[in-house]
Design a protein around this ligand. Structure first.
Ligand code: NAP
Length: 292
């Protein structure tokens, strides 16, 4: 069994990006600049955005954090997005989800200039992805592709089962695994909460990508020998033995499933760090596109 070490691979990618930034600096050009908007005080969201800003510093990007209060109106947020769309200093930006209930998420995603949409959530970019055109691939699916690629995991002709159909992970992952190319060329089954007899489906899978957010959902008896497991789930579970009072767990019963798997991502240290590295990669790409 091989661990798909997202921590190591994401560090490699960050080093590669830092080397690119150094070349840009040596030429006296403007370094990539990522902005992040966060609305409200959700603890997990603040942690994620904080890690993104820290990652920017580490590779030599400029970063801007826009913090808006929990009572921000939709109009105020759309104004801020317009400002970032029009600011030539900013190469790409993200709006951290979830948003407070008074704000329509779809309206917000549609307002982001697709050329700066480094999260790849705008319908223009999602459509381009589905049509195999060059675009920003959402960071988590992009990170999973990169992990499969760097470990040389064969995907052609394999049966890939994706669990969860969210717009940010499951749905794009199902499209990407079925596309022509590598990683891709899989036969894909997309499952969700209405799927019947899921064990019957997962036990036929060569590759399982689990993104549902239910701790220890995928058990050893649900998978076949030599399966490849990508665990996207991140759930905070109370753990009084830890100083912060919780631990992070994935969707997969790692201790038992890993005994049957050929490759498996740990949680933490698997898909999570890859997501941030690929956001940086998309920002570098955005800068290159703006400079063509
Ligand atoms: P989500 O919006 O939370 O949706 C969960 C999906 O799981 C839905 O499609 C739901 O089906 C499906 N589902 C729920 N119960 C199920 C069941 N019993 N059997 C099969 N499918 C079931 O999804 P998400 O935003 O992709 O998040 C999923 C997990 O990934 C969360 O733990 C999240 O924190 C984590 N995540 C991690 C990263 C990372 O960087 N590692 C990034 C994003 C998300 P319906 O559509 O029918 O409701």
């Amino acid at each position: 069994m091989t661990i798909l070490d997202g921590k190591k691979v994401s560090n490699d990618i960050k080093n590669e990006i830092a080397a690119e930034v150094q070349k840009i600096k040596d030429k006296g050009e403007k370094v990539p600049h990522l902005a992040a908007i966060i609305v409200g005080n959700d603890g997990a969201s603040l942690t994620y955005v904080g890690s993104k800003v820290k990652a920017c510093e580490r590779v030599g990007f400029e970063s801007t954090l826009v913090q808006m209060s929990n009572t921000t109106s939709e109009v105020e947020l759309l104004e801020k997005i317009k400002e970032l769309n029009e600011n030539p200093e900013i190469d790409g930006f993200i709006v951290q989800l979830p948003l407070p209930p008074q704000i329509n998420e779809q309206k917000v995603l549609l307002a982001v200039n697709p050329d700066k949409d480094v999260d790849g959530f705008h319908p223009t970019n999602f459509g381009k992805m589905a049509l195999d055109m060059s675009t920003f691939i959402p960071a988590t699916p992009f990170g999973i592709l990169e992990l499969l690629d760097r470990y040389g995991v064969e995907t052609k002709g394999k049966h890939t089962v994706v669990i969860g159909r969210s717009h940010i992970v499951g749905r794009p992952m199902s499209i990407l695994m079925g596309r022509k190319g590598f990683p891709g060329n899989s036969t894909v089954t997309l499952t969700h909460s209405h799927t019947k007899n899921i064990t019957q489906i997962t036990s036929q899978a060569d590759i399982i990508i689990s993104a549902l957010g239910v701790p220890n959902f995928l058990k050893a008896e649900m998978v076949k020998d030599d399966v490849v497991i990508i665990d996207v789930g991140i759930t905070r579970v109370t753990d009084e033995t830890r100083p912060r009072g919780y631990k992070i767990v994935g969707d997969v019963d790692f201790a038992n499933v890993s005994k049957k798997a050929s490759y498996i991502t740990p949680v933490p240290g698997g898909v999570g760090p890859m997501t941030i590295a690929m956001l940086l990669k998309n920002t570098l790409l955005a800068r290159e596109r703006h400079n063509i």
